[in-house]
Design a protein around this ligand. Structure first.
Ligand code: HEM
Ligand code: HEM
Length: 207
């Protein structure tokens, strides 16, 4: 690569709506999350917390031990990838620039506009207030699900962490409800990405 090519590449990366590290970590996270959800549902089925089970066709692992293997394998991918995303998001100022501030008045106004199909998508490089709230919310849910997962995985070694959630049983419920929040986010998130295809293109190609 000549230095002009390199400069052009650097310039185009600077102008990208989503820099390479955001796109790569986003899609690795999407994959890891799908594996964690599918295997989590199979783990749940072995001892349901509520009077329902997840249909076998949408779970991963086949049986409890298989599902636990998937869960603990994808866990590493999720945590390492998540730490890269969080570190870069904080260090580059992306979170501050793109996700803040979140003003309740703007959230209500943008939610109203979205529900009446009047929300502008002209500039997808700026997140509206609803997007900011949902993205920050799902990042926090991601942190909660990892910490609650660790506390039900190693409740003896990590007893302080488990105690923070109110003990093993409570941590299990926290883990479950964080999953429900993430799945709820995912349904809306994927639907909106399909309704505004250029946002999907930007998350793939960067622009
Ligand atoms: C570091 C990350 C994680 C760790 C260490 C972890 C660990 C665990 C462990 C040990 C269990 C078994 C609990 C039991 O025996 O009842 C479990 C269950 C489960 N996990 Fe995770 N998990 C992690 C992330 C996730 C993620 C990202 C999701 C989904 C978004 C998820 C969804 C579930 C579900 C649905 C269950 C079954 C809930 C239950 O019935 O208790 N987990 N997890
Ligand atoms: C598998 C299907 C998925 C698709 C098709 C998808 C699509 C997208 C698209 C198109 C964007 C940019 C949208 C915009 O301009 O607002 C985006 C951003 C984002 N997505 Fe996803 N996504 C998926 C899964 C996930 C999952 C599982 C999570 C987390 C649990 C997630 C969290 C996020 C976050 C936090 C952002 C903002 C990232 C940033 O700007 O730093 N996505 N996604």
């Amino acid at each position: 690569m000549t230095s002009i090519d390199a400069a052009t590449a650097a310039e185009s990366e600077r102008l990208a709506i989503h820099p390479g590290w955001v796109r790569i970590t986003h899609w690795i996270n999407a994959l890891a999350m799908l594996v964690m959800i599918g295997s989590g549902w199979e783990i749940y089925n072995a001892s349901p917390l509520f009077p329902f089970s997840f249909p076998g066709a949408i779970t991963l692992g086949g049986w409890l031990a298989g599902a636990l293997l998937w869960h603990f394998a994808a866990m590493w991918l999720l945590v390492v990838n998540g730490l890269v995303y969080l570190t870069l998001g904080l260090m580059t100022g992306r979170f501050r620039r793109k996700l803040l501030p979140i003003r309740p008045g703007e959230v209500i106004a943008d939610a109203k506009a979205a529900l009446t199909f009047q929300l502008s998508h002209d500039d997808i490089s700026v997140y509206n207030a609803v997007q900011r709230l949902l993205y920050l919310g799902v990042i926090l849910a991601g942190i909660v699900i990892v910490l609650s997962g660790l506390s039900i995985w190693k409740p003896v070694q990590l007893q302080e962490l488990t105690a923070l959630f109110g003990g093993y049983d409570a941590a299990r419920y926290v883990h479950f409800f964080a999953m429900a929040a993430i799945v709820g986010f995912l349904v809306v998130h994927v639907l909106l990405a399909l309704i505004v295809p250029k946002s999907l293109r930007a998350m793939v190609t960067g622009r």
